[in-house]
Design a protein around this ligand. Structure first.
Ligand code: GLN
Length: 198
């Protein structure tokens, strides 16, 4: 059974651990470098990307997580986690930096000008039936570089067409929060990505 860490500095850690266990992965919280060393993959939860960025540095985890990502560790980032895994960020605070890995430009709090938080059904490439996506002050993906592949878009409403899920090799990012709905199919998809890459 692959061991998947959940970065446990801030955000909805418990929900991700629960979803990972539900799809047959071993989920463990990661707060220290030695805990990172013990995992085969990492989930970066939603929360506040600027806070998680600061805490990554305060816990001496920024460099080690970035090094693991560069070495090919599979990772799934939801919402703030998507921002942290993006190579470029717009509307970041004070020159906010990211871990990077996914060749996209994300815009923080992008839906805010239309609706702060909302829910909609959408289809994700790799998941057969539509899923219910919950967006909370979410980013969207504004530009996608050649290395990344769009796997999901908003399908209706004022934000129709906006890119909200992207895959690049062993990295998966979504603007929305699958861990709050009880639908574990995004975690199941990530589990397949983890098992393929081991
Ligand atoms: N707006 C938050 C950020 O910029 C993300 C919100 C979330 O993760 N739910 O990090």
């Amino acid at each position: 059974t692959p061991t998947v860490g959940v970065l446990a500095l801030q955000g909805d850690v418990r929900e991700h651990l629960h979803a990972l266990e539900t799809v047959g992965l071993r989920g463990v919280p990661v707060r220290r470098e030695r805990e990172l060393d013990a995992v085969e993959a990492l989930v970066i939860p939603g929360g506040e990307s600027t806070t998680i960025d600061k805490l990554l540095r305060a816990f001496d985890l920024f460099g080690p997580v970035q090094a693991r990502l560069r070495a090919g560790m599979p990772a799934y980032g939801s919402c703030a986690g998507m921002i942290l895994l993006a190579d470029r960020v717009l509307d970041g605070i004070d020159g906010q930096q990211t871990l990077g890995g996914v060749d996209v430009t994300v815009r923080r709090n992008a839906f805010g000008r239309q609706v702060d938080s909302f829910e909609t059904d959408l289809t994700i490439d790799g998941i057969d039936e539509p899923l219910h996506a919950v967006f909370i002050r979410a980013p969207w993906v504004e530009e996608v570089g050649p290395a990344a592949r769009v796997v999901g878009r908003v399908e209706s409403g004022p934000a129709a067409g906006r890119i909200v899920a992207v895959r690049q090799g062993p990295l998966l990012v979504t603007s929305f929060h699958p861990e709050v709905t009880g639908d574990v199919r995004v975690h199941e998809l990530f589990g397949r990505i983890v098992r393929e890459s081991l």
